[in-house]
Design a protein around this ligand. Structure first.
Ligand code: TYD
Length: 213
């Protein structure tokens, strides 16, 4: 689906893991090496996908069932890839994306427990939305659930539908991400996000240098 020349890096993790801080530190580092970087996020990142983001994040916790969520996230993903990510990669840019398909697996595929969407359905929808495209490298920021949620509470932003979920949801989410990292060692790296932001950044930079330079 893309004649990719740039790299696509995704940042994943539970709530309050510090993804945005690490994304902007990496952007500054790559820019200092003369690399053209695009920052983006899911759900969102393009006009159509940002409209879907509003639908997904605001409102009552049970506003959508998990299957409807996967359908909406998938539609948003396709629009985002087609209108923003693929053109940037074709132009040789590096794209740093705050959340991507592993979020769908972890949130809709595991964290809802019995109500989760079967993983094979999530994979099938991913294929419809994105074909064979995959990130070049994925950082999964791992932090104890209570600590992450404390950081979310300390922010001044409005609480989203997902942040309102019960503790058990967030615990399932954390172990889902560990499973995803174990199952995809060539693409994913699990990072201890309870460390200092400087040390996390150094680790991310050294992984980027090892794997992509
Ligand atoms: P956001 O405020 O961007 O969260 P964060 O700062 O934690 O990244 O909201 C995105 C929310 O959407 C987040 O709670 C995770 C959720 N999400 C899914 O449930 N499935 C998905 O496929 C994606 C991309 C996000």
């Amino acid at each position: 689906m893309t004649d990719s020349k740039g790299f696509f890096l995704t940042f994943e993790g539970g709530e309050g893991a510090g993804k945005s801080t690490q994304i902007s530190l990496l952007r500054d580092f790559l820019a200092s090496k003369g690399i053209d970087v695009v920052l983006t996020r899911e759900p969102g990142g393009s006009a159509g996908a940002e409209a879907i983001r509003e639908l997904l994040l605001n409102g009552a916790e049970d506003k959508w069932d998990p299957v409807s969520e996967v359908l909406l996230f998938s539609a948003a993903r396709r629009n985002h890839l087609q209108t923003k990510v693929f053109p940037a990669l074709s132009a040789g840019k590096w794209v740093l994306c705050d959340r991507f398909a592993d979020s769908t697996m972890a949130y809709q595929g595991y964290a809802y427990g019995e109500k989760s969407v079967p993983l094979s359905d999530i994979e099938a929808l991913y294929k419809i939305a994105a074909g064979d495209f995959q990130p070049d490298l994925t950082f999964i920021l791992d932090i104890p659930v209570e600590e992450g949620l404390k950081r979310v509470e300390a922010r001044s932003e409005a609480i989203t539908r997902f942040e309102q979920m019960k503790l058990d949801f967030h615990k399932k989410l954390r172990s889902a991400y560990v499973n995803i990292a174990d199952a995809n060692p060539e693409r994913c790296v699990l990072i201890n996000a309870a460390d200092t932001k400087e040390r996390i950044h150094e680790r991310i930079v050294s992984l980027v240098m090892q794997r992509l330079f």
